[in-house]
Ligand binder design. Structure first.
Ligand code: HEM
Length: 454
């Protein structure tokens, strides 16, 4: 049995200092730099905890696909549970509890159900387009966050958030998401004890999360009383039944609503800001996307859901964006019952970081041009890698993303509807440095000029 190799560290703090070696202090970049030096599996000893950084696809499959129960999410998501993303929904639970919820929730994400969401996506994109025509110089990351949040609130529980009226318009749901994200950052950065301190941020996040739960409960009450069918995710969660005829409890439904909100808006928003950025840097790709979009839209403001299938090159450019800049470049797991990983001995309670983005750049699976942004590889081909697991923006295995098809449909709708109407130009002064917060974003924002097309 082999020991996971550990780069030389210092007494007491181990390899802690190496976490600060990333560009602009980005932790993913620090992992990536260490992986260049230490290979596809190594151990960073962070004070007294082992962090195994894994980029080998065979070992990743062992963690996420073959022995998924031996590598739970465990304590890696403790901090997430307290900032309004849910406590015991499908994102957080394990084992039987997770399986039951996942089966019930799957019913809400089938193709037929997804098609009924399309009208809401178009409605919100048109509102977004209206905002862009009024505010042509803006941080496109913030805009996409507002648009993503509006879409997820509409398709999840038919709620209209106010954040597309202007780039400064306030909305309670948006505030809760933003405050939650900023408090999560502090708790991860300063340590888990931070949440127990009497800081204004800690009080605020607790108050907002409580209000959000009360708000979701009031939406459920209204729905149950009115018996009106809105054809949204909430309706489907209320109707879902397992093979014994059991449904989700009210607490479980609230948890899923929090999960969908948390997991389903920043991810797509992040992906879309990279998509527009990459197009601005690859004018040939942009020209092909715009030509396809304009020919399918043929002078209309929106298209039918079935026509999305005609946007083959645009879809390829979106898939390539997810390979090139995955919203989650790494995901964590904990060593549970596993004693080994491949030929290596692993320690219970250690954390394992799966290096999604490194696999996406590995020439073994993607060829010699793996480091080039090239949508052609995905044209009419949903998985061009030599190993199908090597494309994992949505994770792989049982715990992979439940919303992947919804996300692709949403991104295709946003991309095509907006590019049909507008040209996006990157501000020449914009500094672009990838940075891992909750998702991988451009640290200094993404200022763009939006120009209406004729
Ligand atoms: C571009 C958009 C998206 C990306 C890149 C993305 C990525 C991911 C990834 C990597 C995971 C696995 C995490 C892990 O294994 O630790 C995941 C899980 C999940 N995602 Fe997504 N996601 C996206 C959009 C969405 C949307 C739109 C929804 C729902 C409305 C959603 C809901 C979820 C849920 C509930 C899980 C947990 C599944 C489980 O544990 O069974 N995601 N997502």
């Amino acid at each position: 049995m082999l020991e996971v190799p550990q780069p030389k560290g210092l007494p007491l703090i181990g390899n802690l200092i190496s976490l600060f070696a990333g560009r602009e202090n980005c932790i993913y970049d620090a992992f990536d730099k260490q992986a260049e030096l230490n290979g596809d599996i190594f151990n960073l000893k962070i004070v007294n905890k082992n962090w195994y950084i894994v980029s080998d696809l065979g070992l990743i499959k062992e963690v996420l696909v073959k022995n998924v129960h031996e590598f739970p999410k465990g304590t890696t998501i403790d901090e997430l549970k307290q900032i309004g993303i849910g406590e015991s929904g499908i994102v957080e639970t394990e084992g039987e509890q997770w399986l039951r919820q996942r089966r019930l929730c799957n019913q809400a994400f089938r193709k037929k159900e997804l098609h009924t969401m399309y009208g809401s996506m178009v409605e919100k994109c048109l509102e977004g387009a209206d905002l862009l025509s009024r505010e042509p110089d803006l941080n496109i990351l913030h805009f996409m966050n507002r648009l993503g949040l509006s879409i997820i609130c509409k398709v999840s529980f038919s709620h209209n958030v106010d954040c597309l009226k202007s780039m400064t318009a306030e909305d309670k749901v948006l505030t809760t998401q933003n405050v939650g994200a900023s408090e999560l950052r502090k708790r991860v950065q300063f340590g888990p004890f931070w949440k127990y301190l009497p800081t204004p941020g800690n009080f605020l996040v607790r108050k907002l999360v409580k209000e959000q739960i009360a708000f979701f409960n009031s939406l459920i009450d209204e729905r149950l009383e009115s018996e009106e069918h809105k054809n949204d995710l909430l309706d489907r969660l209320l109707a879902a039944k397992d093979e014994n005829g059991d449904s989700l409890s009210r607490k479980e439904i609230v948890d899923q609503m929090q999960n969908f909100l948390g997991a389903g808006h920043e991810t797509t928003a992040t992906a879309m800001h990279w998509f527009l950025y990459l197009l601005s840097q690859h004018k040939d790709v942009e020209a092909k996307v715009v030509e396809e979009v304009r020919s399918v839209y043929a002078g209309r403001d929106a298209i039918d859901v079935d026509e999305l299938d005609k946007l083959e090159y645009t879809k390829a450019a979106i898939m390539e964006t997810l390979r090139y800049k995955p919203p989650f470049p790494t995901i964590p797991r904990e060593v549970g019952d596993a004693k080994t990983l491949g030929d290596y001995r692993v320690e219970r309670g250690a954390w394992v970081f799966i290096m999604i983005q490194r696999v996406h750049y590995d020439p073994k699976y993607w060829g010699e041009d793996a480091d080039k942004f090239n949508p052609d590889r995905f044209y009419k081909n949903d998985n061009p890698a030599s190993d199908r697991y090597a494309f994992m923006p949505f994770g792989i295995g049982a715990r992979s993303c439940i919303g992947d098809k919804m996300a692709i449909m949403e991104m295709l709708t946003i991309a095509s509807l907006l590019l049909n109407k507008f040209q996006f130009e990157l501000d020449p002064n914009q500094k672009v440095v990838p940075y891992l917060l909750f998702t991988q974003i451009s640290k200094f924002g993404m200022s763009m000029k939006v120009i209406a097309r004729d």
